[in-house]
Write a protein that binds this ligand. Structure first.
Ligand SMILES: Nc1ncnc2c1ncn2[C@@H]1O[C@H](COP(=O)(O)OP(=O)(O)OP(=O)(O)O)[C@@H](O)[C@H]1O
Ligand SMILES: [Mg+2]
Length: 232
């Protein structure tokens, strides 16, 4: 579904990603693990076109998408839930969802009701303003909102960051439910244990380079990787 090949991304003159490559098969959850500043968010932003790479190529369902604008990529079927959430603080939860809804003919599509089935908490607080939500509620709303555009591939940037353990568990189950629907997910995270439970395949990024990749079983069994990068 997604092929990222040798991308180099810059912020101004700062060279951040050095030939990052990764590939994601349809229906899989793939994670990207790495410490603060490793380049996880920059990789996701490169894919969704916020910081297009200067070199390298990105293909989505076989089509070259490098350099395309974010709104085009959303239309093509890539959803993005950024780490800073960016929900509309003055709009209610309900309006935040409705404003993102993309009506399409036929097929399985997302609407408010379906979002509430996966995230029941959001229904209870449907009339609350986005700016008044807790951290966990905001994370859920950001993911639900990304789903309203009917993505085939969902990019999730640190969904578990800053959440209480009980909230992490709730969100883990909800992302698990999304996986069961066949959604393809790229999950950038630092919460190793939760992320590995959800994932099929993993990449480890450090200083803008992929240091290791493998199936989740391979990652867990690799003593050096565990000690050096995962601390488990
Ligand atoms: N807008 C920006 N301008 C300049 N440098 C940036 C910008 N955003 C990020 N960087 C730098 O790029 C590098 C990679 O940052 P990135 O946000 O991709 O890391 P990350 O793996 O997502 O980290 P975190 O876990 O803290 O979110 C860091 O050194 C960071 O300081
Ligand atoms: Mg980040």
């Amino acid at each position: 579904m997604l092929e990222v090949e040798e991308i180099h991304t810059f912020y101004g003159l700062s060279h951040i990603l050095f030939g990052v490559s990764l590939s994601i098969e349809s229906g899989k959850v793939v994670c990207m693990l790495g410490r603060n500043g490793a380049g996880k968010s920059t990789t996701l932003k490169s894919i969704i076109g916020i910081t297009p790479p200067k070199k390298g190529s990105i293909r989505f369902k076989g089509e070259e998408i490098t350099g395309k604008q974010p709104f085009m990529l959303v239309r093509m079927g890539i959803g993005y839930a950024p780490d800073e959430r960016r929900i509309f603080a003055d709009l209610t939860v309900e309006d935040n969802l409705e404003i993102a809804e993309r009506k399409v003919e036929g097929g399985e599509r997302w609407d408010k009701e379906r979002a509430y089935e996966v995230f029941p908490v959001l229904e209870n607080i449907g009339s609350r303003r986005g700016g008044c939500l807790s951290g966990g509620e905001q994370k859920m709303l950001a993911i639900a909102r990304a789903l309203m555009c009917n993505p085939e591939l969902l990019l999730l940037d640190e969904p578990f960051e800053g959440l209480a353990p009980v909230m992490v568990k709730v969100l883990e189950d909800q992302i698990g439910t999304l996986k069961e629907t066949g959604l393809t997910v790229l999950l950038a995270e630092q919460n190793v244990k939760t992320t590995l439970r959800l994932s099929d395949h993993g990449y480890i990024i450090d200083d803008g380079k992929i240091r290791y990749q493998g199936s989740v079983e391979e990652l867990k069994e690799n003593e050096e990787v565990r000690r050096k990068y995962l601390f488990i």
